[in-house]
Every structure is written in structure tokens, then in C-alpha cells.
Ligand binder design. Sequence first.
Ligand SMILES: NC(=O)c1ccc[n+]([C@@H]2O[C@H](COP(=O)([O-])OP(=O)(O)OC[C@H]3O[C@@H](n4cnc5c(N)ncnc54)[C@H](OP(=O)(O)O)[C@@H]3O)[C@@H](O)[C@H]2O)c1
Length: 305
Amino acid sequence: MKMIDLGQSGLNASAIALGVMRITKLDLAGATELLETAHAAGINFFDNADIYAGGEAETLFGQALRNASFKREDVLVQSKVGIVPGKRYDFSTQHILDSVDASLSRLGVDYLDVLLLHRPDALMEPEAVAEAFDTLQNAGKVRQFGVSNCNPGQVELLNTAVSQHLIANQLQLSLMHTGMIDAGIHVNMTDDRATNRDGGILEYSRLAGMTIQAWSPYQYGFFDGVFIDDPKFPELNAKLQELADQYQTNKNAIASAWLLRLPGTQVIAGTTNAKRIQQIAEAGDVRLDAQEWYDLYFAAGNDLP
Ligand SMILES: NC(=O)c1ccc[n+]([C@@H]2O[C@H](COP(=O)([O-])OP(=O)(O)OC[C@H]3O[C@@H](n4cnc5c(N)ncnc54)[C@H](OP(=O)(O)O)[C@@H]3O)[C@@H](O)[C@H]2O)c1
């Protein structure tokens, strides 16, 4: 498994991580098997959020973590707060503090390795976030901090008050969701792909030493479905298969290796299938060459100006 220094924090994280947004599809035995299989495949990083399945995902993940044969200290546990479902995004000090306490309690752990703010709150006050982060760090409840779905301006705004280095930004990124790459390739052109929807977050993250955590790495659209093995994407699937054969691996691993070839990325895979997470983990041993990377980008329907 390829390991990364997450956001230059010193946390030694697997480049493939397991996200547990969908874990409540499983019972406790299934969830335990999923975690154990992931861990055996070299995955030491797990992504949660307080809102997944209304908190039930954290509860089940926590139970499975206690059931598993590895120790909590041997893995990195991340969660996210800042969304009040259906109502608002909330980066107030009290909301962050209360949400982390609730997450720790559901997870049954003493600390989070990483806490992310889930989606940018239009009303955010950097000082309020700073107060929450300092309190959590001083209490030993959170080791490292980051954001999700933020543009560079939002990160910079937080940085005006937050003293901790923000180590990660979790963003939607897959072979079929490449807006942040397209805009960089089509700089200053008049075609649609030149549209900059994220403020140059790909380049900014590298400059700022932040890891981009790719969420929904095998989906197209906004949870529209999985592109792997979908006949709507014949060219992409043919190329994925060709490279899978060449590297003696599988299409999921190639689609993941494509993301990992971008400097400073981590893949957050959301499968609940133990066999599948094993296959995805094989990406940790594949390094695509530059032409293979571009050929996959073309097979996904993109071009160069
Ligand atoms: N920060 C954010 O705003 C945000 C938003 C969404 C998600 N996330 C994080 O990202 C993680 C991944 O998101 P996701 O679950 O949408 O991503 P994903 O890994 O692209 O999709 C996983 C889903 O696709 C299904 N699937 C079907 N065929 C598949 C195949 N060949 N390969 C892989 N999956 C296949 C899986 O079913 P099986 O379970 O049967 O394999 C599962 O339901 C989440 O768990 C969460 O931690 C973050």
C-alpha cells in the first residue's frame, strides 16, 4: 500500500482510505469483516461524518472498530461536522464542540485523528472556528484539522484566525468528475471546460500543503451511479480494462491509481463490499505513467485544447 504524509502533518496514512457513509447497509458482523479486510489490505484510514445515516454510521463503525482484531491506536479515524441536515451549515464554536463530543461518544473513542468541517458555512467566523479547534486540541479530543468542499478563499479565510495547519480538503473527484483538472488544462479558453468552479483548488492545495481527499471516486454526477462496468461509458471501461490487464489488477484499482497519480491526493472509497475494498487497495501498488494517465482522461470524454 502506498502511504502518504497526510497534509504534511506527520500522520502516516494509506493512500486508499475507507469511507463509511454507507456502512449501515451491513450488520455488525459485516461491518467488522469490512474493516478487518480493509486493514489487512493496508488501509489504516477511515472517514466518517456525524450525519451519515443520522449518526448510525459512526455508531456501527465504532462497534466494528472495537470488535476488530487491530487496535484503535493502529489506525487513523477521521470525522466531519458542521452540517445540520436540512437546516443549515454551522461553524459556530458551540456547534463544533457539541458535535465532536457526540461523535466521540457514538464512535466510542477518546480522540479523532482528523476533524474536517464538512461544507462551508456562509456565516463562518474564523475566530469562532479557531476557538473550537484550540479547545478540541487542548483537550486531546482532535489531533489534526481540515475542511471539505472548500475553495481556496474559504481556506484562507479560516487561516486568518485558525492557528493549526489545515491538512486536508475533501472534494468530489473521479475520472467522471474532473472539473478541477479541466479548468487547469483549459486555462483562459472560451469553452465550457475552462470554467473555474472551485477557485483553483487543485493547485492551491499543493501550494498550501493540503491533501485532497477524493470523495465518490467511482461515481459520475452527484451520486448518479458508478461508471465502472456501466455500458454508458464504453470507452472508459475499455481503457480501464486494458490497463487492468496490463498491470494484472482490476478496473477499480486503475480508476483509483488514476486519482493517486495527481500529486497530493488520497482516495476515499465508499464500498461496503469486503472483496471490493481488497481490489481497490491494489491501487496502492500501481503507478500509471503520464501517457496512461492522459489516455484515461481522454477515454472519460475529455480533450486537450
Ligand atoms: N465530504 C463530502 O461531502 C462527501 C460526500 C460524499 C461522500 N463522502 C465520503 O466519500 C466516501 C465515498 O463516497 P461514495 O460511497 O459515494 O463513493 P464510491 O466509492 O464512488 O461509491 C461507492 C458505492 O458504489 C457502489 N458500487 C457499485 N459498483 C462499484 C464498483 N465497481 N466499485 C466501487 N463501488 C461500486 C458501492 O456498492 P457496494 O457497497 O456494494 O460496493 C457503493 O454503494 C463516503 O463513504 C464518505 O466517507 C464525502
